[in-house]
Ligand binder design. Sequence first.
Ligand code: FE2
Ligand code: FE2
Length: 366
Amino acid sequence: MREDVVGRASVEDTPELKAYYKDLEQFETAALWTVANQIEPWEPKSASVPVLWRYKDLREPVLRSVELVTPEKAGRRVIYLNNPGRRDVAAACGWLYSGLQVMHPGEVATSHWHSASALRFIMEGSGAFTVVDGHKMTLGANDFVLTPNGTWHEHGVEATGSPCIWQDGLDIPFVNAMEANFFAVHPNLYQKSNTVVDDMTKTWGNAGLLPSTGEWTKKYSPMLKYEWAPTYEALSRFALATDGSSYDGVMMRYVNPVTGGHVMQTIGAAMQMLRPGEQTKAHRHTGSFIYQCCKGSGYSIIGGRRFDWTERDIFCVPSWAWHEHVNASATEDACLFSFNDLPVIESLGLYREEALGDNQGRQQLS
Ligand SMILES: [Fe+2]
Ligand SMILES: [Fe+2]
């Protein structure tokens, strides 16, 4: 967009000014007008680029890491998603980190906590478990699990299970940007779990019902695990009663059942269903989004480029990038899990959304 307009910086260099800038430098200062247009763009300019990470490319290298490093040595054996525009902060998109973690039967990673909030979305395998603040949870494919900031947590796979791979999602880059990240290893390396397995999901995860005893005042969802079967059932039921959103199809947010708000303070998540043949219209908004296809296949057009995805593929939509989604099947629904930084964006009053007006709401491929 034009910068030679009143109100924008348009000072041309002269020998006097260059000398002046040099003088300012020695006092650790600089003239705002030399950087103003860059640090205050007319609209968000994401450094992240849209990326599709295909599971057929990633699965083998992820499994190979098992032969190369132990969870004890690695801390967490994870291959992370490294957005070409965000390598300096190890982000998959915006200020969100994501990676694929693999564990073999009988392996357990040591317990720790950190200031970053974390989630995982289970991709394959059986017998995986997570312990969060003493609450043990079993993990199956397409289950969504929280490890909120400050909670002790560890992961493993029972000896009777099979190799497990899951997607981790964290706000590590954001918490580092805030210069507020702490990390601690559990003094006993592993937690004791004295509760009933899956007690928090059994207590807090009943649709339309909350326990009559017991209070929950922490700023994250007490549910900790959202299982796939009831999630898919909810979407299927909702699909019977709605036309869905023009931009997202049949979409539901994972929520803290006590408040109806986001599951954690810094990361939100959702599941959406694109009905057979459904093609959404393009929109764009602030906030960074990382998707995983957990059922079906199709494609998304992001920033004018087409990305074809199928089950377990992961892709990102950077802030303010145009995007629309298409279910390629005429008979099967397709489901997309996604997580985002909307809790931060919304609580700071930074959410903006815009629909594409041209071409009946569909992007032209670039
Ligand atoms: Fe962790
Ligand atoms: Fe969107």
